[in-house]
Design a protein around this ligand. Structure first.
Ligand SMILES: Cc1ncc(COP(=O)(O)O)c(C=O)c1O
Length: 336
């Protein structure tokens, strides 16, 4: 319980190590995106298992940057799950594309693959999945659908850093994944976000779009700006806060593995969610649906309940979506 009498659902894993790191960066005289950010990117790539990672000011802008870099914009339509934080759909609008909301599965809360197939139209260019509380969407079905229909799959993994799904790391599905470092995420930089990808071409596009069209910045007055870009930069102050927390992600997973020998984390039939400093694991049954959690650690706080209020189709700005059944709009679904 905090001093003000509230039981906090989550509090940042920041302390002396982060404070010392910020002090070191301030003393270095380089506070914008530079060497500390580069070190953070290297460690994050290892944590996610991606070849490339490009920092952004927050998770919303990481997703918008990813969409822009993929050439998605006005005239395009993007499929988005109905149950998510508004940022997912708002990022699509920021890129200039239209949002088509699709129902989620009632148990796993990921976008419903049948709903995706039904919603694809002539203007549909991309699918944005959301890994709610670190639970992977049904990628076993969604990846082949996207391949068959020529859709770009981009994952809003804002809530999923460190989580595993079906033997793979969240962040390893689709063409790109976007993470958030806001205060209630697995690790926090105050604000911050990152796009991860294995694609060389996408990496180049992300780099130039985030830095005023420069592929290589910081050359002084002779910088080259061959294409139009913007400013989606991070700062070394944020990187100093975020970097030490990555160790805790690995340690949490190691603790889970030690308590549950038998490589629970790597098993294809399991989801391991690292969300709000809690590690939980759920076993999938033969149909891929989750059974009740088989392990929960770092407890002491209640899990989040996914209320119908998180459903975007209820808000005026996203109302009137033809593909929503809203059959669980009044329901309350428990987190893992
Ligand atoms: C699913 C989801 N997408 C996107 C975001 C946006 O991230 P940010 O707050 O860093 O912009 C969040 C969290 O805030 C989120 O939970």
């Amino acid at each position: 319980m905090s001093g003000d009498g509230w039981i906090r659902q989550v509090s940042p894993m920041i302390g002396e190590e982060e404070a010392l790191a910020v002090h070191r960066v301030v003393e270095s005289g380089w506070i914008t995106e530079g060497p500390e950010s580069a070190a953070f990117v290297e460690e994050l790539k290892e944590c996610v298992g991606s070849r490339f990672a490009v920092l952004a000011p927050n998770g919303t802008l990481a997703l918008a940057l990813g969409l822009l870099a993929l050439g998605i914009g006005p005239g395009d339509e993007v499929l988005v799950p109905d149950l998510t934080f508004a940022a997912t759909a708002n990022a699509v609008r920021l890129a200039g594309a239209d949002v088509k909301l699709v129902d989620v599965e009632p148990v796993r809360f990921g976008i419903d693959p049948d709903g995706v197939e039904a919603a694809i139209g002539p203007r549909t260019r991309a699918l944005v999945t959301v890994d709610v509380n670190g639970r992977g969407a049904d990628y076993g079905r969604l990846e082949p659908i996207c391949r068959a229909k020529g859709l770009v799959l981009i994952c809003d993994a804002a809530e999923g850093l460190g989580s595993r799904h079906a033997g793979r790391k969240i962040g390893s599905f689709g063409l790109a994944s976007c993470f958030s470092f806001s205060a209630n995420k697995t690790i926090t930089a105050g604000q911050g976000g990152i796009v991860t990808t294995d694609s060389d071409a996408l990496h180049g596009r992300l780099r130039e779009l985030k830095d005023q069209g420069r592929l290589y910045g910081g050359t002084g007055g002779d910088d080259l700006h061959p294409v139009i870009g913007f400013n989606f930069k991070f700062t070394d102050l944020q990187a100093a806060v975020a970097l030490p927390q990555l160790d805790e992600v690995e340690q949490s997973l190691r603790r889970l593995a030690a308590r549950h020998p038998g490589a629970l984390i790597e098993r294809k039939s399991c989801s391991v969610c690292l969300h709000w400093r809690r590690v939980s694991a759920a076993q999938h049954d033969a149909t891929g649906r989750d059974r009740p959690a088989v392990a929960q650690h770092h407890a002491g706080v209640p899990g989040r309940h996914e209320k119908a209020g998180r459903k975007l189709g209820r808000f005026r700005c996203y109302r009137g979506q033809p593909h929503l059944s809203n059959d669980h709009a009044a329901g309350v679904c428990g987190s893992p």
